[in-house]
Design a binder for this molecule. Structure first.
Ligand code: ACO
Length: 444
């Protein structure tokens, strides 16, 4: 909206985020409209009443990439990007990362409260005893090429699960929703681990129900001839912390994909597969993979200044792992991950690339280009280094992210379904193409 269209005398009644109204004067007609403000937001649909004439469709908002549009009301995750705050259901991420388990967090995200002992034991038991996948899923995975990207395998096999559980499309039945969520949380690590073993040419390792969620994940990935795989406790806890940090992040690209696809009332396996597809992209979950490629290309600390100059020169190269749509200060998850990196490196030995990463961060945080654009390290800047130290290949990092984010996707999916205001997602467009024209073949 331009200045001339805004009534400068309109004053908000209360606080900047509270109730009030917005007075809008349409210079085309001279009419003034009052639009209610709730939670610092106006409803885009209220603008439809603003019309230049009787046959006018009504005012729309134009917001490519949803830079300033709330698509839902949500009680799950709170982010204050300027202050670097992230909370799940009110609990600070720092406290959850220090004290909780991933499955406790998954329960919290879904149910709104932390589980008591009885609820937790049942939740963990149910997830643990649904970790096996149908043998045909295993055969399906064997059909992939030896060099298939594990995210493609995960995405396709999660989508395929919907054909194994056809009643999952009864999404307004609470029992069906519940068992589908249990199945997804339980089976995504199994599919992820099978994808890893397939690419490595190793036999699949079946889930071990005696182990915790992350120990089992590590066992399915790394077990060889030993009858029982004992994950290093530092590694198992590191994976748990990383899963907690990645569990949800409000309306990001993949969560919006899950909500958008889920709004068609498709089953949750299909909706989560859409989330995995979105997460695959290098600007989203693929960024940690890109960070390592970038560090490899830089090669040595002495090449960093030239690299930074290249980024600033706008030749299309970005400093991967830096910048965030929401955080305009240090990503709170990045702080935790940086500390975690040192704990893991104490066990595995120092990674030379950590030095390059630290130096990159130091230089970027002092550079006017990054400072003025409020570009800080995001969660992906250090996660890749940890995953690599734990022995995971680069192309597998996003798969680990997807396992964690399944918890958030499911909570957001259910919240969307139960939200009476939600309907099938269907954005508007501003049509910029041809006006009507007669067909004349050009196939002469
Ligand atoms: N390196 C260099 N410049 C950057 C970077 C970066 N990593 N990120 C943003 N900028 C610049 C842009 O070029 C732009 O500059 P300009 O104003 O001169 O044109 C300005 O900063 C604003 O950037 P936008 O692209 O408008 O920011 P947006 O919110 O659209 O993008 C994003 C956010 C996609 C995360 C971006 O910062 C980026 O591409 N970062 C690198 C990829 C990455 O690390 N992604 C992981 C995100 S976290 C996650 O998904 C878990």
């Amino acid at each position: 909206m331009t200045k001339t269209q805004t009534d400068a005398t309109a004053q908000p009644k209360s606080s900047t985020t509270g109730e009030g109204s917005l007075e809008i004067r349409d210079s085309r007609t001279g009419k003034t409209y009052t639009v209610p403000i709730t939670d610092g937001t106006i409803r885009a649909l209220d603008l439809r009443a603003i019309k230049a004439g009787d046959d006018d469709f009504g005012m729309m908002t134009y917001d490519p990439a949803f830079m300033n549009t709330a698509s839902c009301r949500s009680a799950i995750t709170f982010i204050d990007g300027d202050k670097g705050i992230l909370r799940y259901r009110g609990y600070p991420i720092e406290q959850l990362a220090e004290k909780a388990t991933f499955l406790e967090v998954a329960f919290l995200l879904r149910n709104g409260e932390l589980p008591d002992r009885e609820e937790y034991d049942k939740w963990v038991h149910d997830i643990t005893f649904h970790t096996y996948v149908h043998e045909n899923v295993r055969k399906f995975l064997e059909g992939f090429r030896y060099d298939a990207h594990p995210m493609s395998m995960l995405c396709s096999s999660v989508a395929a699960l919907s054909s194994f559980y056809p009643t999952a499309n009864d999404i307004f039945n609470p029992q069906e929703r519940h068992i589908s969520m249990i199945r997804l949380l339980a089976k995504v690590p199994t599919l992820a681990a099978f994808s890893y073993r397939h690419v490595k040419g190793l036999p699949f390792v079946y889930p071990d129900n005696d182990l915790s969620y992350t120990e089992n994940m590590l066992a399915m990935v790394a077990r060889m001839t030993e009858p029982k795989y004992q994950a290093h406790p530092v590694m198992a806890r590191a994976l748990e912390v990383l899963f907690i940090l990645h569990a949800d992040h409000e309306q990001n690209c993949s969560t919006s994909a899950v909500r958008g696809v889920g709004s068609s009332q498709v089953d949750p396996f299909s909706a989560v597969a859409a989330g995995i597809a979105a997460l695959f992209g290098p600007l989203h979950g693929g960024a940690n993979e890109q960070v390592l490629h970038m560090i490899k290309d830089i090669g040595d600390k002495k090449n960093i200044p030239a690299f930074i100059e290249g980024v600033k020169g706008g030749k299309g190269q970005k400093l991967m792992g830096f910048g965030h749509r929401v955080y305009k200060s240090y990503d709170p998850r990045a702080k935790i991950v940086k500390k975690l990196a040192y704990e893991v490196f104490e066990v595995t030995g120092m990674d030379r690339d950590l030095e390059i990463a630290l130096e990159l961060e130091r230089i970027a945080l002092e550079d006017e280009y990054f400072v003025s654009r409020k570009l800080y390290p995001n969660v992906d800047f250090y996660t890749g280094l940890i995953y690599r130290a734990m022995g995971f290949p680069t192309e597998y990092f996003t798969v680990l992210f997807a396992i964690a984010r399944t918890a958030g996707w499911l909570a957001q999916w259910e919240e969307m379904l139960l939200d009476k205001e939600q309907k099938i997602s269907r954005p508007r467009q501003i049509f910029t193409g041809h006006d009507e024209r007669p067909y004349r073949s050009r196939l002469l």
